[in-house]
Design a protein around this ligand. Structure first.
Ligand code: F6P
Length: 353
């Protein structure tokens, strides 16, 4: 087969590992692999070329994506989608592997649905971990480790000055990064958008937490609040409100804020992210060979979801189901979100310590 591969949307550490694995596995199994540059923008500009083995050697350990990425609004329009299909046909592609998050997989679903000849497989890659049935998307583990590392460093300086830090982390509509990293970094509170707490509820929670942290007899040296960007209170405002609380609860303790922003998206992928990328890539090529289309390969999705592959950790799920579950993850109605929030509520009872 002649198979195109592209990386799309917000980049995620491990995308390069996927590019190399797709190229190496594809070639070894007798396929021709074509790299499409800059995601769907490259499809619309017919910007593609062969992936020479030497040009991708050693990229597994690199963050970002050597193919480039884009957020391509034109791909959301019927005109853009028609042009994309025409271009993919003119490029002579029989298969397409899309490595990306929600928007990218939505594009993959549209292309697959509109074409009978082109087989399309998606690989979930997004630090937010907001792709339905993906289990763990490529990039999440690295991002969590980056946040934990940053919080550890911030905790050093916070302890030196007996300060309270608010650390904001990425995660547009999904608090997973804040939750996973916050617990690992010994946060005293974790704030996220799920559940839709209003500002006064958040402040009341922080008030209770700070009173426990600075109760008589305690000599607590640092307070760490990890805030997901999905919790929409601006971080500067939150710091002011926390400072007001501290003035009464722990006079002399200052509050500071740090926004990690795109730092969270960069860096060398962890071994786990490389493994995910390699195994999902292998399964994608095999799925295309089997004539499958309009599907995503997922890493240990929830029990019973999708069909099995040779790899016990990888399952194949129709993109339609993936996107429906993604919508439930984002509007909070997925049982996974409910469970995450329940778990967090239990963790919060023992957090300030
Ligand atoms: O890729 C996901 C993500 O990193 C979100 O966590 C964040 O809100 C968004 O992308 C930022 O996107 P951009 O880099 O386009 O500003």
């Amino acid at each position: 087969m002649r198979i195109g591969i592209l990386t799309s949307g917000g980049d995620a550490p491990g995308m390069n590992a996927a590019i190399r694995a797709l190229a190496v596995v594809g070639k070894a199994r007798g396929h021709e692999i074509v790299g499409i540059r800059n995601g769907y923008l490259g499809v619309l500009n017919k910007d593609a070329g062969p992936l020479a083995a030497d040009s991708i050697e050693g990229i597994t350990r690199q963050g970002g994506t050597v193919l480039g990425s884009s957020r391509c609004l034109e791909m959301t329009t019927p005109d853009g989608q028609t042009r994309a299909l025409t271009n993919l046909k003119e490029l002579g592609l029989e298969g397409l592997v899309v490595v990306g998050g929600n928007g990218s997989l939505t594009g993959a679903h549209v292309l697959a649905a509109k074409s009978e000849s082109l087989k399309v497989v998606g690989i979930p890659a997004s630090i937010d971990n907001d792709v339905g049935h993906a289990g763990l998307a490529i990039g999440v583990d690295t991002a969590v480790n980056t946040i934990v590392g940053a919080c550890d460093r911030i905790s050093d300086t916070a302890r030196a000055h007996r300060r309270c830090f608010i650390v904001e982390v990425m995660g547009r509509n999904c608090g997973f990064l804040a939750m996973r990293a916050g617990i690992a970094a010994e946060a005293d509170a974790i704030l996220y958008g799920e559940g839709g707490m209003i500002e006064e509820e958040v402040i009341a929670r922080l008030d209770r937490m700070l009173r426990r942290c600075f109760a008589p007899g305690r000599e607590k040296k640092r307070v760490l609040i990890v805030k997901s960007e999905g919790c929409t209170i601006p971080v500067a405002r939150l710091r002011e409100r926390v400072q007001e609380l501290l003035t009464t609860i722990a006079p002399g303790v200052d509050a500071r804020e740090t926004v990690l922003g795109h730092v969270v998206r960069g860096g060398d992928p962890t071994a786990l992210d490389r493994t995910l990328a390699q195994r999902l890539s292998f399964a994608s090529i095999v799925a295309l060979e089997a004539g499958l289309s309009d599907v995503m390969v997922g890493w240990e999705p929830p029990f019973g979801v999708g069909r099995e592959t040779l790899d016990p950790s990888v399952r194949i799920i129709p993109l339609e189901e993936v996107l429906a579950e993604t919508a439930r993850l984002l509007d909070g109605s997925s049982p996974i979100i409910q469970r995450r929030m329940l778990l967090l509520a239990q963790v919060e009872e023992v957090l300030p310590g």
